[in-house]
Write a protein that binds this ligand. Structure first.
Ligand code: 5RP
Length: 221
């Protein structure tokens, strides 16, 4: 099975977690694109979706799925999103697609976070994938200096603006041994909007595509 076939498989599996007659939270990325395409087949059984990126909102609308502003929604029973890296504790690095801030907000609202990944995303320690940090433009240099003090090698994502009008610094060279602590520390730097560590609100269940099929891994409490 190719990587793309694995993504499509795990995306279809996530439909089992979607709550009927409710609004579903939808992340972003290529795995989520498969989820959106699968969701279209059951659009008559859900109220609609909240999207974590403009790109996902556009794709949902093209399929005729009603897209709600998060502020118009009282609750989000389920949020489905991919990850760039995930550990067995279901801590993640996200934001490869630049949508980390809206993804983190949607995840914070959701009762259940279902992460959908192919097997290449499962790692022992986070950090090999460059950690995205969303930064207010005027704080770019200051945040870069602070990140270097923490041992990171930040690189400005070229010709890129987030959906919120901000910049992304991709941090190379980190070995993230305590994800919740580093997540909080980075968010304390003035000018950081948020960073791509999702550990203080981890996923609740990982659906992991393997060549043998999909494994469901609930978070161990
Ligand atoms: C976007 C994300 C995505 O979930 C992450 O990049 C995974 O994407 P893909 O499914 O394309 O591998 O965090 O900001």
């Amino acid at each position: 099975m190719s990587q793309d076939e694995q993504k499509a498989l795990v995306a279809r599996e996530a439909l089992k977690h979607v709550v009927e007659d409710a609004v579903v939270g939808v992340g972003s990325g290529s795995t989520v694109n498969h989820f959106i395409d699968a969701l279209a087949a059951i659009k008559g059984r859900i109220e609609g979706a909240v999207a974590a990126s403009e790109a996902s909102a556009e794709r949902l609308k093209k399929h005729g799925v009603r897209v709600f502003d998060l502020n118009a929604v009282d609750e989000l029973p389920v949020y489905v999103d991919g990850a760039d890296e995930i550990t067995e504790h279901l801590h993640m690095v996200k934001g490869g697609g630049g949508a980390l801030t809206r993804e983190k907000i949607a995840a914070a609202v959701a009762k259940k976070f279902v992460c959908i990944c192919d097997a290449s995303k499962l790692v022992g320690v986070l950090g090999r994938f460059p950690l995205p940090v969303e930064v207010i433009p005027m704080a770019r240099s200051h945040v870069g200096r602070e990140l270097r003090k923490l041992g990171a090698h930040p690189q400005l994502r070229e010709n890129y603006k987030t959906d919120n009008g901000n910049l992304i610094l991709d941090c190379h060279g980190l070995t993230i041994l305590d994800p919740p602590a580093l997540e909080a520390e980075l968010n304390n730097i003035a000018g950081v909007v948020t960073n791509g560590i999702f550990a203080r609100r981890p996923a609740d269940v990982l659906l992991l595509a393997t060549p043998q099929g999909v494994q469901a891994r609930p978070r161990k409490l």
